[in-house]
Design a protein around this ligand. Structure first.
Ligand SMILES: *[C@@H]1O[C@H](CO)[C@@H](O)[C@H](O)[C@H]1NC(C)=O
Ligand SMILES: [Zn+2]
Ligand SMILES: [Zn+2]
Ligand SMILES: [Zn+2]
Length: 185
């Protein structure tokens, strides 16, 4: 179980306030976070002056909730198990759990931590809920591993099998017992 040192700080940061220094400028809202400095949010201009060669993540908003682009965050974090959404033609995920009405009956997939209904058969609604899952249960991980050379070796498949394929249908057949035709035929 391993949580990057900047993650909790990122999730508890307040974004979209007006920059004290650049508040009058067009891009003066604090929507950036630096993984190297792990300080407060800052604006576009602060980035150019103070975080030039740092790893910076841009926070975006969807209905007043903070989101990050999957293409940015997946370089630094294993986001598997977290629900993603396509918003304004970019794939994003939510930083934190968001208040919700009680989910209706018959919802198939729920966040393991907060119970929000999910679109896909995944475990968490947000990075925040995955963080709780990692810390509390230890059965999720943020660590990106198996990158680079190891992936090309081909041994990876033995260690991390992909979704197991269903057993061949003949395995279920028993001699002498007639079996039903498959559904939908
Ligand atoms: C992770 O652990 C929690 C608590 O034991 C459990 O409720 C949850 O189903 C587990 N998830 C998986 C995918 O193992
Ligand atoms: Zn600024
Ligand atoms: Zn920095
Ligand atoms: Zn959740």
């Amino acid at each position: 179980m391993s949580v990057p040192p900047w993650l909790e700080s990122l999730l508890s940061s307040a974004f979209f306030s007006v920059c004290q220094t650049h508040g009058d400028a067009a891009r003066g809202e604090c929507n950036m976070y630096c993984l190297d400095c792990q300080g407060d949010a800052f604006c576009y201009y602060c980035r150019s002056s103070k975080h030039k060669d740092h790893q910076v993540i841009q926070i975006r908003r969807s209905s007043y909730h903070d989101v990050v682009r999957v293409s940015e965050i997946q370089k630094v974090l294993d986001i598997s198990g977290v629900q993603t959404y396509v918003i304004n033609s970019a794939r994003v995920l939510f930083l934190n759990e968001r208040p919700q009405p009680k989910s209706g009956k018959g919802v198939a997939h729920l966040c393991e931590i907060c119970g929000r209904s999910l679109l896909d058969p995944l475990r968490f609604c947000s990075l925040g809920c995955k963080l709780v899952g990692v810390k509390r249960h230890g059965n999720a991980s943020f660590t990106i591993d198996g990158r680079g050379e190891e992936l090309r070796e081909g041994t990876q498949q033995d260690i991390y099998p992909s979704t197991p394929s269903p057993p061949p249908s003949s395995a279920r057949r028993r001699k002498g017992i007639p079996h039903r035709a498959p559904f939908g035929s």
